[in-house]
Design a protein around this ligand. Structure first.
Ligand code: AMP
Length: 416
């Protein structure tokens, strides 16, 4: 017996209403904020992610699915949305459009070789949002607002926005120097990953979740204390606009996020009742990325949230979502002469907007009726040779067992 690969999941009909609900709510909201939908390919040139996400990040070091195709091109299954969207922005010359260019995507599969657990998969799906081409703190605020309103609209409660500013490339050297000075005497106490990070990517020392490293991160220097006046003004403008929008947030000096490309704002949305692993969405500003990919310097900010994680929280919080369309009518048929008429009756019901299925053939009327009950149909429509001869159909209302005869051509109207 085959099983789906570890860390992947089938999305079965019973779960589809959740997916549809998240997808349509997100699409409607993003479009109301003026974002246009984009879909990029599932795989990209491997170098795109090495160069953007960063060689010394967990994603690129341990989590990418990279392979050579038959033409010997090295490709990577997309592990996140931002790099691919920026690649598309450059490839299609979107810098000539009015800036910022606001783009969103929903239901995009992402692939990371993660250790599977609740809410953590190797293939998962994201809602992504990118506003490319504006340095304004108001746009950071807008992206955070979309994220916040999305969760609120979906009906999720008890979430918090956690924020930090990591400044820009010119603020970074002084901060990194202070951070390394702080960690220097602690090196022997750090976990293996952090020992490596100290050399390759010191900023990431701060988001280590291991017990051995956590106490140190608490006492580490704050990026906010190393911001230039311009970076500080950006942070102050953003935090005051969030206050004006009544979006509750806390700031956390340990939040730096895993990817190399962030500048200034970084944020995450986390459920209050859970531990640090359960981030539901996150994002930030990435002013250097487009230039790193070969474009001219272009400020940008974005957000991503995992649909599996949203659905997990919807279920945990008991949020009800609009259900699957129920089957309204089952068409029963007795005798070989009636079957083709039943096939065309079911077909014309569907054309009229009624959800209808044909009862399984070769079964007694009683067995077909049991089938109609088991699928939860509201009506059973019965066609035998007599009905076909008279051009009528017997319509049985399953709720109370009442039955009436109607002309075949009138059947759809009798059910609406
Ligand atoms: P990240 O790009 O790591 O900041 O992830 C953004 C969001 O994607 C997270 O907050 C999660 O909701 C979701 N996510 C990230 N990795 C996974 C995963 N392995 N499985 C499911 N969802 C994920």
């Amino acid at each position: 017996m085959f099983r789906s690969p570890r860390g992947t999941a089938d999305i079965l009909p019973a779960d589809q209403p959740y997916w549809r609900y998240v997808e349509s709510t997100a699409a409607e909201l993003c479009e109301r904020f003026g974002y246009g939908r984009i879909e990029t390919p599932i795989f990209e040139d491997a170098k795109l992610f090495n160069r953007s996400v960063g060689e010394a990040t967990d994603i690129v070091e341990k989590e990418t699915y990279t392979f050579k195709d038959r033409g010997n091109d090295e490709l990577t299954l997309r592990p996140e949305g931002t790099a691919a969207t920026c690649r598309a922005y450059l490839e299609h010359g979107m810098h000539v459009l009015p800036q910022p260019v606001r783009l969103y995507s929903v239901n995009l599969p992402m692939f990371r070789y993660d250790r599977p657990q609740a809410g953590r998969y190797r293939q998962f799906h994201q809602v992504n949002l990118e506003a490319i081409g504006s340095p304004e703190a108001a746009v950071d605020g807008e992206v955070i607002e979309v994220a916040w309103r999305l969760f609120a609209k979906l009906g999720l409660k008890n979430l918090t926005v956690v924020m930090n500013s990591i400044g820009d490339a010119s603020d970074r050297p002084a901060y990194i120097a202070a951070l390394k000075k702080f960690y220097e005497p602690l090196q022997s106490q750090l976990c293996g990953d952090c020992k490596r990070r100290f050399e390759t990517n010191p900023l990431r020392l701060l988001d280590c979740k291991k017990e051995t490293c956590r106490p140190h991160t608490e006492n580490a220097p704050h990026t906010l204390d190393f911001l230039s006046a311009t970076s500080r003004a950006h942070w102050d403008e953003l935090t005051s606009s969030l206050k004006a929008l009544e979006i509750p947030f806390t700031s956390d000096h340990r939040l730096v996020r895993g990817l190399d490309y962030y500048t200034h704002t970084v944020f995450e949305v986390v459920p209050q009742e859970d531990g640090a692993q359960s981030t539901i969405g996150g994002g930030g500003r990435y002013d250097g990325l487009i230039e790193q990919l070969g474009g001219k310097a272009t400020p940008a900010v974005g957000f991503a949230t995992g649909m599996e994680r949203i659905i997990l929280n919807l279920k945990r919080q008991g949020v009800t979502v609009p259900g699957q369309r129920p089957i309204k009518a089952v068409v029963l048929h007795l005798g070989s002469g009636a079957k083709p008429h039943a096939v065309s009756l079911a077909s014309s019901l569907r054309e009229s907007g009624v959800t209808a299925v044909l009862a399984p053939g070769g079964k007694s009327l009683k067995a077909q009726m049991r089938y109609a009950e088991s699928v939860g149909a509201a009506y059973a429509l019965i066609l035998g040779d007599d009905e076909v001869r008279q051009g009528v159909v017997a319509v049985k209302k399953m709720a109370d067992g009442t039955q009436q005869q109607v002309a075949i051509g009138e059947a759809a109207r009798a059910l609406l």
